[in-house]
Write a protein that binds this ligand. Structure first.
Ligand SMILES: [Fe+2]
Length: 191
């Protein structure tokens, strides 16, 4: 899918620099998902996506899926849930598809609980009422895959690609980004 170049605030080189910066910030920080380094968890998640032959947008979403938990980003939007913070970060750099996948991980996890698992959680996440529409999205299956990799990317000794290796997988996506930043996109629910 061609990306609208006007939908990015950051240019290609800035996006790569931002990814290095964020992964660097996450080194040594406990992941909110599991008892291991947040940067390792992100790279393991991306590695699993690569191993399954995921496209560049989905690999990118796997890599940045937890960025919304970054303390600095949360501080700038304290009322926004992590998936929205992360989607906003992704939208400005990697496009709407990646942003949607990052945002969809929260309702996808809720969906995977099944009706009985969701019982009593109505209103807790705010996504319950949106599930009916989200499951019809063409990338909903990828959101579920992202959730699975997130669960699997918690093994300390699992193969972990380096960021340069992951960036190699993102080459088609990075090549589609504008050389310089443009206007932000509008993604419903991600102001
Ligand atoms: Fe995670």
């Amino acid at each position: 899918m061609a990306l609208n170049k006007r939908r990015h605030r950051r240019g290609r080189d800035e996006v790569v620099a931002d990814l290095y910066h964020m992964l660097g910030e996450m080194e040594g920080v406990a992941s909110p998902c599991c008892p291991q380094d947040a940067a390792v968890h992100a790279l393991q998640c991306a590695s699993l996506a690569v191993e399954e032959g995921a496209g560049a947008e989905l690999v990118a979403a796997a890599l940045v899926h937890g960025f919304g938990h970054h303390a600095g980003l949360r501080a700038a939007a304290p009322l926004a849930p992590p998936e929205v913070v992360g989607a906003r970060w992704a939208r400005e750099r990697l496009g709407l598809e990646v942003a949607w996948l990052v945002m969809a991980q929260a309702p996808a996890k809720l969906y995977l609980l099944g009706p009985s698992g969701r019982a009593g959680r109505e209103g807790e996440t705010g996504w319950e009422l949106s599930l009916e529409h989200l499951v019809a999205h063409p990338r909903w299956g990828d959101a579920l895959r992202l959730c699975r990799w997130d669960e699997e990317a918690k093994a300390p000794r699992a193969r972990t690609s380096s960021l340069p290796e992951v960036l190699g997988e993102l080459a088609p996506l990075l090549a589609s980004l504008p050389a310089t930043g443009g206007d932000p996109a509008v993604l419903p629910g991600v102001a």
